[in-house]
Design a protein around this ligand. Sequence first.
Ligand SMILES: [Fe+2]
Length: 316
Amino acid sequence: MQLRRSDTGSSWIEVEDYRLPGGWVGRERVAARARAYCELLEKGQIVFFRTLPFHFPTEDQEFLLAQEWTELRLHKNVSYRPSEDVLRGVSGGARTMERIHTIMRNYSAQVIDFLAKFLAPYSTKWVLDFSSFRPIEEERRDLPIHKRNDLLHVDAFPSRPTRGGRILRVFTNLNLKRPRVWNTTQNFESLANRFAKDAGLQQLAENNSVISRTVKSWGEKLGFHGMGRTPYDMFMLRFHDYLKENSKFQESCPKFRLEFPPLSTWLVFTDSVAHAVISGQYAIEQTLLIQPEALTAPNAAPYRILENLAGRPLVA
Ligand SMILES: [Fe+2]
């Protein structure tokens, strides 16, 4: 592995020992190398592939790029849920829909197959989340503030609490001509040190025992156990909104510009790496939730950093 400057100065880690068609280059220390990449990711690095590390037929890429997405009644993104084999967010003619569904199903399966080898310590211990295709140009996109992609934020999903688990995302820029441009900023620990208190961490932590009892009893009444939001999940949702609403932070924080070239792929834990999409069109992405027990660097997990700051447990 090699620490490389991206074209505009910020760093990502470029992978040179895993590539198609065979996967790992060389057979020595494969398990140790996979574990090292997990650790780098968990500690906030972006892991970058200049060319596709999984199979994605050119004709499928071309089909996605050739659609008139504005005519296909598109919501924010096209989304695909691998665990239920359900396509959402787009409607159109039956044949087109069937083809998009097949492409997303195969894409998702190929990414998961790649991750099972490249990040082997996580495989079998992850929860498959959604994949998405993002055909709308991000620059000057008109969205409500909490949905805006161009403001720096960490990810948290209102409908899918992770209970301390981490949000791993694999992005590919399918645009053949233009890069996908991101800004990142300081690491999660710095952001938490600076803003967690103002965003209400202490208050949520102190209500923890009351909240966990309540969540548990709601869960039991509804017939499921251990699936509710923990104080950590509540804080992360709040922190996502807090950062987007904080115009002083958005204007004055240090920004590191990253330009992901056409057909490059990058992996990142977006619950800790604050990111903003400045421009780009046609990204495809798969999300996985990595359970706390599968983490290789648990002390770098946002829930641990926040628990240390709060001096109390946040994950029931
Ligand atoms: Fe995000």
